[in-house]
Design a protein around this ligand. Structure first.
Ligand code: SIN
Ligand code: FE2
Length: 205
């Protein structure tokens, strides 16, 4: 019998359905983490991280920036997507090819073969930062999933612990589920120190 498999089954990325239409790809982005973090630094050098104001007048504890055709914004007038970064009065930095490929690959493994993200929202959390319960509902087409990549310090996303390199994909019946991030308390990470970064890929328009 010839056993010429190039890859053992265990080398295939694992994609675990943890709830209906919610998929966890543990460690999926670990091998690319350093290059992703380098891109995040370059993006932030153009469109800096900032703590945005909410319509209620508070400031978000996570600092955010974006890359791609559109960026997600919050201010006293509400939440929306915009092709212009109001801070620099021009477009957001382009989405790096490797970001797009990572999101596309993860979405495919989760069964969403036609994901075409035009936004990558980048959240940066430090000790004490959190993300309150919310729905991602400012997008036009809810048949497109959300792909979320965690880098650096771990965090609890609802009841799901997300570690460095973990990717979550949700769509379909879970697309409008409420989600949030519990206040960060865990220890530093060798690549990001005090920070946790999260990339969320969306199709806004
Ligand atoms: C988000 O829902 O926008 C962020 C989720 C996360 O940081 O894991
Ligand atoms: Fe969200």
């Amino acid at each position: 019998m010839i056993s010429g498999d190039l890859f053992a089954a265990s080398d295939l990325p694992s994609c675990l359905q943890i709830k209906p239409d919610v998929f966890l790809l543990q460690g999926f982005a670990v091998a690319q983490a350093e290059i992703l973090l380098t891109h995040i630094r370059q993006i932030a050098a153009q469109s800096p991280f900032r703590n945005m104001q909410t319509p209620g007048g508070f400031y978000m504890s996570a600092a955010i920036t974006n890359c791609g055709e559109f960026g997600w914004l919050s201010d006293q007038h509400g939440y929306r997507y915009s092709a212009i970064d109001p801070q620099r009065q021009q477009g957001w930095p382009p989405m790096p090819q490797c970001f797009y490929r990572l999101a596309d690959h993860a979405a495919r493994l989760a069964g969403f073969a036609q994901f075409h993200p035009d936004v990558c929202l980048i959240n940066r959390y430090e000790t004490g930062a959190k993300m309150g319960l919310h729905q991602d509902k400012d997008e036009l087409d809810f048949s497109q999933p959300i792909v979320s990549v965690s880098l650096g310090r771990s965090a609890l996303f609802q009841s799901i612990p997300l570690a460095h390199g973990d990717v979550i994909v949700w769509g379909g019946t879970a697309r409008r589920h409420y989600h949030g991030v519990v206040k960060l308390t865990s220890a530093d990470h060798p690549l990001t120190g005090d920070y946790r970064f999260n990339l969320t890929f969306r199709r806004a328009r």
